[in-house]
Design a binder for this molecule. Structure first.
Ligand code: BDR
Ligand code: CA
Length: 320
């Protein structure tokens, strides 16, 4: 079986960390690189966090590139209240053994995609879309060379999580999201409509804690942090009925198991003018007006299946 070549562009971030653990532990993926962007916390921290997680997973073979330190036109925002000041919740930061790879994340994306067969490299974007937008500006032929671009971002039926209208990743750099989508690349958006179905219930966190590997411990600690913080900030009911959403593993899970999601073809545009609805994703499903842009919008996710994938990726490895 050929492994799916993949670049993960992210801003770890507690849920980015879970997504990275899922990818690091999945032998079906040929993880070419992790690229870091400023988002939840500044890029120096997201790049360090990616390197910390890579070290915990024992995947020093995967290069980490640092990318954009600010959105295309906006001031950097940050979401430290949801991820902790250092970005990884309660995890104490350490300086990883291995540094970032040389070069900018946008150049790494261009080089890795253009140097391989057309449509063979998928990109999972788990933070603001700045790095990919910069890559597409620099190398416009990239749009036609990319495989699926699986994006955690967007808000529609569920409403937003940073404003009433918008989801954080799209809101943080709406111009970048608009530019990427307008290129006509094969974009699949996992917005809050789907990711709010994927919740870290008490039983799911406890199952990870029981696995007892460094990867499982790291993933579980991210969810425990979210459980406390989201409950306080968002104000959810009792823990027995509820768990925090675990957004960022969704695009990676889809690449591994597309059957876990229901997608609808559409055309997606991003609001960049209005301050009130900045970053809103306008999703057009009507075929007669949707036009030729090949976007897809995730409408449902199988949370049980996604958590089973995560548990499988972080479980103890069998030695021969
Ligand atoms: C997204 O925003 C970030 O804070 C999370 O890491 C996730 O990528 C959810 O809106
Ligand atoms: Ca993220």
């Amino acid at each position: 079986m050929t492994r799916q070549a993949l670049i993960i562009d992210c801003d770890p971030g507690v849920d980015d960390a879970v997504a990275l653990m899922l990818a690091f532990g999945s032998s079906e993926l040929d993880l070419l690189a992790v690229t870091a962007v400023g988002g939840n916390v500044p890029v120096e921290k997201t790049a360090r966090n990616a390197r910390m997680l890579r070290q915990i997973a024992g995947r020093l073979d995967v290069p980490v590139f640092m990318g954009a330190d600010r959105p295309l036109r906006r001031e950097p925002a940050g979401a430290g209240e949801f991820h902790g000041a250092e970005g990884l919740g309660d995890m104490t930061p350490f300086e990883p053994d291995a540094p970032c790879a040389e070069g900018h994340a946008a150049d790494a994306i261009i080089e890795l995609v253009m140097g391989r067969p057309e449509e063979s490299v998928a990109v999972a974007v788990l933070g603001p879309l700045t790095n990919l937008a910069l890559a597409l500006r620099k190398e416009p032929r990239l749009a036609g060379r990319l495989g699926p671009v699986a994006i955690m971002g967007g808000a529609r039926s569920e409403g937003g999580n940073i404003t009433a209208s918008a989801e954080f990743n799209i809101w943080a750099d709406p111009e970048a999201a608009a530019e990427v989508l307008a290129t006509g690349c094969d974009a699949v958006l996992f917005g809050l409509d789907a990711t709010h179905q994927v919740r870290a219930t008490e039983a799911r966190i406890a199952a990870l804690e029981a696995a007892g590997t460094p990867m499982a411990d790291a993933a579980a600690s991210m969810m425990r942090f979210s459980q406390r913080v989201e409950r306080r900030i968002v104000g959810w009911p009792s823990l027995s009925e509820w768990g925090p959403p675990v957004h960022d593993p969704c695009p990676v899970a889809w690449l591994l198991r597309p059957d876990l999601f229901q997608l609808k073809p559409c055309r997606i545009a991003v609001e960049t003018e209005s301050e009130l609805t900045r970053g809103h994703t306008a999703v057009e499903f009507r075929p007669s007006v949707a036009g030729s842009l090949p976007h897809r919008w995730a409408v449902s996710a199988d949370a049980e299946g996604i958590f089973a994938l995560i548990a499988g990726a972080v479980r103890p490895r069998r030695t021969i």
